[in-house]
Write a protein that binds this ligand. Structure first.
Ligand SMILES: *[C@@H]1O[C@H](CO)[C@@H](O)[C@H](O)[C@H]1NC(C)=O
Ligand SMILES: *[C@@H]1O[C@H](CO)[C@@H](O)[C@H](O)[C@H]1NC(C)=O
Length: 378
């Protein structure tokens, strides 16, 4: 798999088609895996092949629709067509254990093919889920997506592929409509999140890269936030090499909570190094920096202004309220105007009689001027 991806990256760099070059690549790959160049694909988050170097080996990482992004809520666009996402079969885990392994970059839990998500233009079938985290404990970053510049402590990604259009995830991951990933932001609180212990309890069995364990199957939906109706949606990419721009992202607005102890365990238990390696390297800070949004729009399934979607009842109430207000205002204005109009002729008449009476002397006119009539003072 890695070799295949490596070859594809090489072929892309050389501006050649993957499939057409298969025979040549088979030969090339053997050279590449034995040559020092093989080091190039052992990418990391920091160091020689850290994230700023990824694009030298995986050209897609320099694309203009990369992930993760910072979701600036005032710049999102409300889309009423974004209906709540429906997890399919997430709770029907069956009796077959899940396979969980340390990839050297994260912990991966493979998901059965009957799990999927509805609510997108195609049916997407679940493949795997994995996590991203930091190293400094609570409030020190760790999530990939940020909201208004704010990081969460960790992030869960549930990866699905478009099984209506493509035969498998390897094919789908290279297509613009190939993948759908759910992003769940994780923060720390006082309470232990029992659902996450279904994963965390077994991390000690896969401390080294490439180690694998079977874990009891569990209800995957319990890892998700309760509110699946409020989320951000945008077109992006894999957040790791080869960074293919094939992901329809759904980042939920509601964050899930785990305890400080749970976060600490996640941050300190795994190694990115293999069991046979002399130097142990902790697997930490495995999150990519946010990428420019460029031409893209992030859509919100809910209205950003009110903070919540308005029901038809609420809309009716607002319309009636505004109408009543307008009618009331009209009545008041009309009353005032009427009052002024009925008093004006009276005033004019009074002034006229005064005029006639005081006309002879201009001084008299001046004397009258400074004292204004009670009506004008209103
Ligand atoms: C995925 O599907 C393609 C096209 O049918 C096939 O060539 C490839 O071998 C499949 N890959 C895997 C990993 O099953
Ligand atoms: C993603 O890209 C497709 C194809 O260009 C487009 O139809 C769709 O509206 C985009 N979705 C989002 C959320 O921007």
């Amino acid at each position: 798999m890695l070799t295949f991806i490596h070859c594809c990256a090489w072929a892309r760099r050389a501006n050649m088609g993957c499939l057409g070059l298969f025979a040549l690549l088979t030969l090339q790959c053997f050279q590449w895996t034995t040559a020092p160049a093989a080091e190039e694909v052992s990418w990391t988050y920091y160091g020689l092949v850290g994230q700023s170097e990824w694009s030298q080996y995986f050209p897609d990482c320099a694309g203009t629709s990369q992930s993760p992004v910072d979701v600036i809520t005032t710049q999102t666009k409300y889309d009423p067509n974004l209906t709540p996402l429906t997890p399919l079969g997430y709770s029907q885990h069956g009796n077959k254990p899940f396979t969980m392994y340390n990839s050297g970059h994260t912990v991966v839990i493979e998901l059965p093919e009957w799990m999927g998500i509805g609510g997108l233009p195609w049916l997407f079938t679940a493949v795997q889920m994995h996590l991203h985290w930091g190293s400094g404990g609570p409030s020190h970053g760790g999530s990939e997506h940020t909201i208004n510049g704010l990081s969460a402590d960790a992030e869960l990604h549930v990866v699905h592929y478009n099984s209506e259009l493509y035969p498998n995830v390897s094919t789908a991951m290279t297509q613009s409509d190939g993948l759908a990933v759910l992003g769940i932001l994780i923060v720390t609180g006082e309470e232990t999140n029992a659902a996450f212990n279904n994963i965390l309890n077994y991390l000690s069995r896969i401390r080294h890269a490439d180690q694998k364990v079977f874990i009891p199957a569990f209800d995957v939906q319990t890892l998700l936030p309760t509110d699946l109706g409020r989320y951000y949606r945008y077109n992006g990419s894999l957040t790791t090499p080869p960074c293919y721009q094939s992901v329809t992202w759904t980042v939920f607005n509601e964050r899930v909570q785990i305890s400080k102890a749970q976060l600490l365990k996640l941050e300190t238990i795994l190694y990115s190094s293999k069991a046979k390696d002399a130097d142990r390297m902790l697997l930490q800070d495995n999150y990519r920096a946010t990428q420019p949004i460029n031409h893209r729009v992030a859509f919100a399934s809910f209205s950003a202004e009110s903070g919540k979607e308005l029901s038809s009842g609420e809309v009716t109430a607002i319309v009636i309220g505004v109408m009543c207000g307008c009618v009331g205002l009209a009545v008041i204005v009309r009353f005032i105007v009427k009052t002024i109009r009925t008093k004006e002729p009276e005033k004019e008449r009074k002034e006229k009689t005064q005029d006639v009476a005081l006309k002879p002397t201009p001084e008299a006119e001046k004397r009258e001027e400074p004292s204004p009539s009670p009506q004008t003072e209103l």
